[in-house]
Design a protein around this ligand. Sequence first.
Ligand code: GAR
Length: 212
Amino acid sequence: MSENVFRSPRKRGRIAVFLSGRGSNFMAIHEAIEAGEINADVALVFSNKKEAPGFLFARDRGLETLYLRPKSFPDRESYDQEIAREIEAREIDLIVLAGYMRILTAPFCERFLLRIINIHPALLPSFPGLHVQQKAIDWGVRFSGATVHFVIPEVDMGPIILQAVVPVLQDDTEESLSARILKEEHKIYPEAVKLFFEGRVEVRGRKVFILD
Ligand code: GAR
């Protein structure tokens, strides 16, 4: 990762949301935009799953949606190249991964470096990957949480923008802990997008500074 200083733009942004499922984080961001709290518009909702509830929600609200069928492409690189073309055609400022369950290829991550963010239901760099709420319980950690971070080719390892801490209780199940973490996700993800388009996110190397 370069040591150059990056500062997020202060403007009305055009975001593309990528999702594969329920879409509750997307809905939280959409709600914050509707409430005038975020200086951005959802210019595209993209999915690799045509029946994803979050995707149907977007379509029902008349937002622009795009579904690409993974099986119609020979490999992940060509799939991501097609997405990249669609993103560039729409002059997207920020790609917001909201439960997008496909790993983006390195060329895609590099093409949109510091223009892709993700939310993860653990305190990174602990517990990257999948089923991380159960992994936190099994490990016996006292605290877990949620992380919003920039996306780099190394999965779940990009510069951290915001985190929220959630206690892990002795009788927690995967469901109960996931629900408690999700509540925090719905706060910090809209907040991160808001800060981004207020021009308040500065990245130096792998550290992110939130400007006053
Ligand atoms: C969220 O908990 C999000 O943090 C997680 O998937 C869920 C999506 O929920 N993402 C990852 O695990 C990414 N590695 P949603 O579709 O209701 O926003």
